[in-house]
Design a protein around this ligand. Sequence first.
Ligand SMILES: [Zn+2]
Length: 304
Amino acid sequence: MSGLRLMAVHAHPDDESSKGAATTAKYAAEGNDVLVVTLTGGERGSILNPAMDVPGILDRIDEVRREEMAEAARALGVRQHWLGFVDSGLPEGDPLPPLPEGSFALVPLEEATEALVRVVREFKPHVMTTYDENGGYPHPDHIMCHKVSVAAFEAAGDPERFPDAGAPWTPLKLYYDHGFSIQRMEVFAEEFERIGEPFPMQEWLDRFRAMAAERGDIMGRVTTQIECGKYFPQRDDALRAHATQIDPNGAFFAIPMEMQQRLWPTEEFELARTRVRTEIPETDLFAGIREDEDARTALEDTTR
Ligand SMILES: [Zn+2]
């Protein structure tokens, strides 16, 4: 069935290609309308690929990142919209320096929420995805992305909230992307051990183990696994499109495609809010919506 709409909300250009990317490619390929909303322009990302650290790139980094994003969206087969806020950068040091003036994480929540509500009311997603309260990883823009997405999910259908931001639309489900699963990493580590080769992501595995010791494995929160191994090559093309951000020789590409498709062909999500009845565990972000056509039609009628 086509005609369903999925909105993936992300903090920076390249996040859409590293978190839930193959899932968006799959839903788009299956005839659904998929929109990536990128909250900031990624202006403060440094050049993380040595091959791109050449004269002329940093001077026009804003433009370069827009070109990269367009290429990544093409690779995934999705549409993309910039919300227009300014990257906060990842503060480093002890104590942490203050965030730069005007950056996204300092924008009042109401203001950022209204901007996203406007896009939700225009695109009318049935399902939205974002990050959990930890941001997936502790970047101030990722935490802010979580807050704004949850607030927009709650407010978009309420005619009293942001009356100047379009006609109300009630999205039905909200998910958190959970890409950093230690279980997944352990499966690959075991496979490398079995074939007698050193595990190329040992550093990540150690970091994940430390994180899991603190918070427990993220798999404990996962409600929904989407089978999308067939779309991993598109995910990797999208990642490589962000040439200034992703080193093609780096850890992202260290696990052979065949091994990923065979041993862990899914992406993981946590159902955070739902307005339809569904059964956990799920294998479809639209579960409960596809079946409940009456509910969909009723919702569309009231908001048309
Ligand atoms: Zn990011």
